[in-house]
Design a protein around this ligand. Structure first.
Ligand SMILES: *[C@@H]1O[C@H](CO)[C@@H](O)[C@H](O)[C@H]1NC(C)=O
Ligand SMILES: *[C@@H]1O[C@H](CO)[C@@H](O)[C@H](O)[C@H]1NC(C)=O
Ligand SMILES: *[C@@H]1O[C@H](CO)[C@@H](O)[C@H](O)[C@H]1NC(C)=O
Ligand SMILES: *[C@@H]1O[C@H](CO)[C@@H](O)[C@H](O)[C@H]1NC(C)=O
Ligand SMILES: *[C@@H]1O[C@H](CO)[C@@H](O)[C@H](O)[C@H]1NC(C)=O
Ligand SMILES: *[C@@H]1O[C@H](CO)[C@@H](O)[C@H](O)[C@H]1NC(C)=O
Ligand SMILES: *[C@@H]1O[C@H](CO)[C@@H](O)[C@H](O)[C@H]1NC(C)=O
Ligand SMILES: *[C@@H]1O[C@H](CO)[C@@H](O)[C@H](O)[C@H]1NC(C)=O
Ligand SMILES: *[C@@H]1O[C@H](CO)[C@@H](O)[C@H](O)[C@H]1NC(C)=O
Ligand SMILES: *[C@@H]1O[C@H](CO)[C@@H](O)[C@H](O)[C@H]1NC(C)=O
Ligand SMILES: *[C@@H]1O[C@H](CO)[C@@H](O)[C@H](O)[C@H]1NC(C)=O
Ligand SMILES: *[C@@H]1O[C@H](CO)[C@@H](O)[C@H](O)[C@H]1NC(C)=O
Ligand SMILES: [Cu+2]
Length: 569
């Protein structure tokens, strides 16, 4: 009897395992990169798109699925695509950053990415990871709960993706090439967009403001993605609260607020209930910038339209507009970000490393490089630069992953420092302290299974500002943050090890610090960089290589049969 019962239990278990295995779906997508004419801000220009659309197509999967994306490059230059926030267990081959995990897909060729989902659930996104091509080459990734699972909140009536992006009147590739050639700050964007539309605060945009139709009484899930190039954003909807329930592909404890602050690279899942007087309401989004840096100070809008209202054509209709914090309202930004907490429920547990075996202390700085006879267009005739631990990253022309995997020398060095070369008052009056960084393709090697802690320390060198640091291959816990210099003795006392948010991009506060933790359980070559694109272009990057563990299941998978070839430039 006992034996039979056990057999039955085992049988049911087997069936459940079988069903679990079968519920992992495989999806196929074709991405065709092509130059496409778009009219915005009164002029038509050619932009690089995927399948002709800006933003590009949405990838929609269930938790744990795999997507194969065949990317055909019919554009003018080589590029790569990154699946932002998808951990890709043991599969750095399909992660995408140019010359880190692969060389560019050249025009006229194609490459198929195998995008392996694991524990992500919520909203992520994909974007080009070559020069500034991500300005127009990006789109949403929606990860629904696994079959038979539900959201940890009442199922929304419908969902809507909201992608914030930057629009440049000029050619983005030329803008960054010119800036890197002269050493000057690149031009700021001319507009922000919501789902490709600048909104009606810009010229020529009245008819093309993005609209979201809602039905009175229903609750909607808005999947908000900040794909903006260089600015953090405040975002709000007139007379409607936002309830943030997820971030970076993981659930958080609900935050009810009238605005959010979202940094480039981040995604937020937000519930909105349509329960105001039926009508039209503005959605607005504009920059949060607390720095002496040039930025786009414009506001993009969209409109929420209750379904029982005729389409918006009457120009005299006054539509309620949300009140967003001022562009430099640091307190408002911090009021929001300080509330982020993991859901950390029985169904969505977290596992914060508590026995740290690998520690890094990394200064995050904007710097300068000297030019012969002060011939550059940056400050004092210098060239603008940026660094981590005073090393400004130099992108190689052969990919680091293949070089590491095959043991090819001369591509990178293994000496990324665990701490900055000089200790000084990082957030004080720094003068010319480490104004000039060193250059190198330095990577940090970490053993499989280490419990890693990284303290990012913002510095006051040049222009202090927030830096949204992003790590590929992982999500990590933001266990602490503060202003001023990190203090080894007292700062850890404020750590939250109970329910810190599990994210892939965090804003290191201006002249402050942030501490993250993760378990190094994903062998591979993983880029880590600031998600402000101009800082990444200036070298605010490094690479973390997690070595293979003891078994095949803890080792990097074999490379795909075809990888885009590298070529001498
Ligand atoms: C885009 O516009 C340019 C200039 O107006 C034109 O020459 C070109 O044929 C257009 N391309 C497409 C695909 O429509
Ligand atoms: C390129 O596309 C063709 C046609 O879809 C496909 O058969 C082939 O596998 C692709 N090659 C790569 C390397 O992805
Ligand atoms: C349309 O845009 C123009 C300026 O480009 C502005 O004067 C006008 O008020 C706008 N109309 C609406 C309905 O927003
Ligand atoms: C927004 O939420 C706050 C706090 O829960 C509440 O007091 C307020 O009435 C809500 N506002 C709207 C417009 O729902
Ligand atoms: C935005 O900046 C420009 C110059 O950079 C300035 O002329 C304009 O008044 C600013 N607009 C707002 C709304 O602050
Ligand atoms: C209102 O706009 C929607 C979406 O653009 C469209 O499908 C619908 O036909 C329009 N309705 C009217 C009455 O114009
Ligand atoms: C920030 O939060 C505090 C405490 O809730 C509040 O007193 C303050 O007004 C808020 N500041 C802003 C700018 O929202
Ligand atoms: C950042 O630190 C402040 C002060 O300790 C804290 O109130 C806040 O919750 C922290 N933020 C997060 C996301 O933990
Ligand atoms: C912490 O890690 C060290 C080194 O891996 C190990 O020797 C030790 O047993 C661990 N301690 C706990 C409490 O897990
Ligand atoms: C990547 O390497 C290729 C040569 O394989 C080179 O042409 C390209 O400029 C490199 N990209 C960057 C961003 O350095
Ligand atoms: C660092 O500089 C700031 C600003 O001048 C000052 O307030 C702070 O006391 C200094 N910290 C140390 C440890 O010297
Ligand atoms: C840094 O040094 C340069 C000369 O090398 C000088 O012109 C500049 O003013 C100094 N900057 C600061 C912040 O001290
Ligand atoms: Cu930065």
């Amino acid at each position: 009897m006992g034996f039979m019962k056990m057999g039955f239990v085992l049988g049911v278990l087997g069936l459940l395992l079988c069903m679990a295995a079968e519920s992992k779906n495989v999806h196929y997508y074709d991405f065709v990169l092509q130059e496409t004419n778009y009219t915005r801000l009164c002029s038509t220009k050619s932009i690089l798109t995927v399948n002709g659309s800006f933003p590009g197509p949405t990838i929609s999967v269930q938790k744990g699925d795999t997507a194969y994306v065949n990317v055909y490059n019919q554009g003018l230059y080589g590029l790569t695509i990154h699946w932002h926030g998808v951990k890709q267990p043991r599969n750095p081959w399909s992660d995408g950053p140019e010359n880190i995990t692969q060389c560019p897909i050249k025009p006229g060729t194609n490459f198929t990415y195998e995008v392996i989902f694991s524990d992500e659930e919520g909203t992520l996104w994909w974007h080009a990871h070559s020069d500034w091509t991500r300005a127009t080459v990006h789109g949403a990734i929606i990860v629904l709960p696994a079959l038979g699972d539900t959201y940890p909140f009442p199922t929304p009536y419908a969902q809507e993706t909201i992608i914030l992006a930057s629009w440049f009147k000029g050619d983005v590739m030329a803008i960054i090439e010119d800036a890197l050639a002269t050493g000057a700050d690149p031009n700021v964007s001319d507009a922000f967009t919501i789902n490709g539309q600048p909104g009606d605060l810009y010229q020529c945009s009245n008819e093309t403001t993005y609209r979201i139709a809602v039905t009175y009484g229903k609750t909607y899930l808005f999947r908000i993605i900040n794909a903006v190039m260089n600015e953090e954003h405040f975002f709000g909807i007139a007379e409607h609260n936002l309830t943030v329930v997820g971030m970076d592909g993981a659930y958080i404890k609900p935050i009810t607020t009238d605005y959010i602050m979202i940094t480039p690279g981040q995604t937020m899942d937000v519930l909105v209930t349509a329960k105001q007087t039926p009508g039209l309401y503005y959605i607005a989004s504009s920059a949060f910038v607390d720095a002496n840096a040039g930025f786009d100070n414009s506001t993009t809008t969209a409109i929420i339209q209750y379904s029982n209202i005729a389409n918006y054509t009457n120009t005299s209709l006054s539509i309620p507009f949300p009140t967003l914090p001022d562009y430099n309202d640091r307190e408002a930004a911090e009021n929001f970000t300080s509330r982020l907490r993991s859901l950390a429920s029985q169904d969505h547990p977290i596992n914060v490393p508590k026995n740290i075996t690998e520690r890094l202390f990394i200064t995050v700085s904007v710097n300068q490089l000297a030019c012969p006879n002060a011939s550059c267009d940056g400050p004092d005739g210098n060239r603008l630069s940026a660094s981590l631990n005073n090393v400004s990253f130099v992108t190689p022309s052969t990919d680091i992953l293949l070089a590491y995997y095959r043991g090819i020398g001369g591509v990178f060095t293994k000496d990324f420092p665990d701490e900055p070369p000089y200790i000084f008052n990082f957030t004080g009056d720094v003068g010319n302290n480490t104004l000039y960084p060193s250059l190198g393709t330095k990577v940090k090697l970490i053993n499989y299974g280490e419990e890693v802690e990284i303290v990012y320390q913002g510095t006051n060198i040049m222009a202090a500002e927030n830096h949204p640091m992003h790590l590929h291959g992982f999500s990590f816990y933001l266990v602490g943050n503060g202003t001023g210099n990190f203090d080894q003795e007292t700062s850890p006392n404020s750590y939250n090890l109970d329910d810190p948010p599990q994210v892939n991009t965090i804003g290191v506060p201006k002249n402050g610090w942030a501490t993250i933790r993760f378990l190094a359980d994903n062998p591979g070559v993983w880029f880590m960089h600031c998600h402000l694109e101009r800082h990444a272009s200036w070298g605010m990057n490094t690479v973390i290589i997690v070595k293979n563990g003891p078994t095949e299941q803890t080792s990097i998978r074999p490379p795909p049969a075809y990888l885009p070839p590298c070529s001498k430039s």
